[in-house]
Design a protein around this ligand. Structure first.
Ligand code: ADP
Ligand code: MG
Length: 324
C-alpha cells in the first residue's frame, strides 16, 4: 500500500537515442526513509535520480508523489529537491543569497527570504559563514551550503547524487553522519546515489542495488548484505566470496572463512594487512579464490606467507545459495 508521501516509480524508462539507461524500473520509496541507490558507474543511477527531480525527461512510466503523477511537472512543482555532485553554488552570491535563491525566484521579499535562509544555515551549522562567497569555503562547508539551498524549498524528497564523492575520506565519514542526522531530524525521504557499498551500508534504511539499467535487489541494508540474491549483488556489496560448488553458486562471507586444522586445502595467493583484519586469499581446487578476513591477532599468532598451504573452513549453513 502506498501512503500519501511515498514516492513510487512505475515502470520508468529512460532512453538516450537507442541506448536504454533505465529499463522499466518500478519501486516504492517509503516516506521518511533513507534510501541508497547503489551500483557501478553507468548502471543508470543518476538518470533515475534526475527523472525523479525533473531534470531529465521520462521516456516512459509514471512517478507518483503526493498521490499524483509528477513525471511531467517542472522540478519546482514536484515536492522534490536535488543536491548536485558539484554543489553548483553561484560563485558571485554569498552563502545566504545562494540559500535564498529559489525564494527570490518566487518573488519573496528580502527580509523574509533571508530569515528563512538563516534558519536553514543554522540547521546545517553554517550561521557564521552566511556572508562568505563559495570560493571562501572548504569542500565540507560548500556541501552544507548546498544542502541548505536544496532544503529551503521544503521538499518531501531530497535527492543527492554522490554527495560525498568530492570530500576527503575523513570528511566523508563525518558528513555522512551529519546527513543521516539531518534526515532523521527532518523526517523527509532522502534518496542518495552512491557507488560505495560502505557508504550505503552506513546510511541506508533501504538499499536499492542497480545493475545494467534495472534494480537487481532492494531491501534493508542488513538483508542485502546478509542475503544477496545474485552473484552480482554479492560481489558488489563486498565482503563475500562467490563460490561455484557442485550444488550451485553460493555466497560465503569473507569474515566467516576461518583458518582451521581440517578443512579445504588452499594455497595462499595474497595477504593484505587491514588493521583489525588480515585479508588473506587462498586458491582452492578448481582455481577458485577464497577471501578470508582473519582477525589480526589470530593471523599473527601463526602468520602465513605467500605460497603456504593452509586449510580453510566455513559453516555450511552460512553459505547462501545464489540465483543465476
Ligand atoms: P550512473 O549514474 O549509474 O553512473 P547514468 O544514469 O549517468 O549512470 O548513465 C546511464 C547510462 O546512460 C550510461 O551508459 C551513460 O553513458 C548514459 N547516459 C547518461 N546520460 C546521458 C546523456 N545525457 N546522453 C546520452 N547518454 C547518457
Ligand atoms: Mg551518476
Amino acid at each position: 500500500m502506498r501512503s500519501a508521501n511515498d514516492l513510487e516509480l512505475v515502470a520508468v524508462s529512460k532512453s538516450y537515442g537507442t541506448a536504454l539507461a533505465v529499463d522499466r524500473v518500478s519501486h516504492l520509496f517509503r516516506a521518511g526513509s533513507y534510501v541508497c541507490l547503489l551500483g557501478p558507474s553507468g548502471c543508470g543511477k543518476s538518470s533515475t535520480l534526475r527523472m525523479i527531480a525533473g531534470h531529465e525527461s521520462v521516456t516512459e512510466g509514471a512517478i507518483i508523489l503526493g498521490g499524483k503523477d509528477v513525471a511531467h511537472l517542472p522540478p519546482a512543482q514536484r515536492g522534490t529537491a536535488m543536491m548536485f555532485q558539484s554543489y553548483a553554488l553561484f560563485p558571485h552570491l554569498n552563502v545566504r543569497d545562494n540559500v535564498a535563491f529559489s525564494l527570490k525566484m518566487k518573488g519573496i521579499g528580502k527580509a523574509e527570504r533571508h530569515a528563512q535562509a538563516d534558519k536553514l544555515l543554522e540547521l546545517v551549522g553554517m550561521t557564521s559563514f552566511a556572508d562568505r562567497l563559495p570560493a571562501q569555503l572548504s569542500g565540507g562547508q560548500q556541501q552544507r551550503a548546498a544542502l541548505a539551498r536544496a532544503l529551503i524549498t521544503k521538499p518531501q524528497v531530497l535527492l543527492l547524487d554522490e554527495p560525498l564523492s568530492a570530500l576527503d575520506p575523513f570528511l566523508r565519514i563525518h558528513m555522512r553522519t551529519e546527513l543521516k542526522k539531518l534526515q532523521r531530524e527532518l523526517g523527509i525521504t532522502f534518496i542518495h546515489v552512491t557507488h560505495g557499498q560502505d557508504e550505503a551500508l552506513a546510511l541506508a534504511d533501504e538499499i536499492v542495488v542497480m545493475n545494467n539499467a534495472v534494480i537487481e535487489q532492494s531491501g534493508p541494508a542488513r538483508e542485502v548484505f546478509n542475503a544477496p540474491k545474485t552473484a552480482f549483488v554479492a560481489r558488489f556489496i563486498g565482503g563475500h566470496n562467490v563460490l561455484s560448488l557442485p550444488e550451485g553458486r553460493f555466497a560465503v562471507r569473507a569474515d566467516e572463512v576461518r583458518l582451521v586444522v581440517h578443512g579445504t586445502p588452499a594455497i595462499v595467493t595474497a595477504i593484505e594487512y587491514q588493521g583489525a583484519h588480515v585479508a588473506m586469499t587462498g586458491r582452492i581446487a578448481g582455481d577458485q579464490d577464497v577471501l578470508a578476513l582473519i582477525p589480526e591477532s589470530v593471523f599473527f599468532a601463526d602468520p602465513k606467507t605467500l605460497g603456504d598451504t593452509v586449510t580453510l573452513a566455513w559453516d555450511e549453513t552460512r553459505a547462501h545459495r545464489l540465483q543465476g
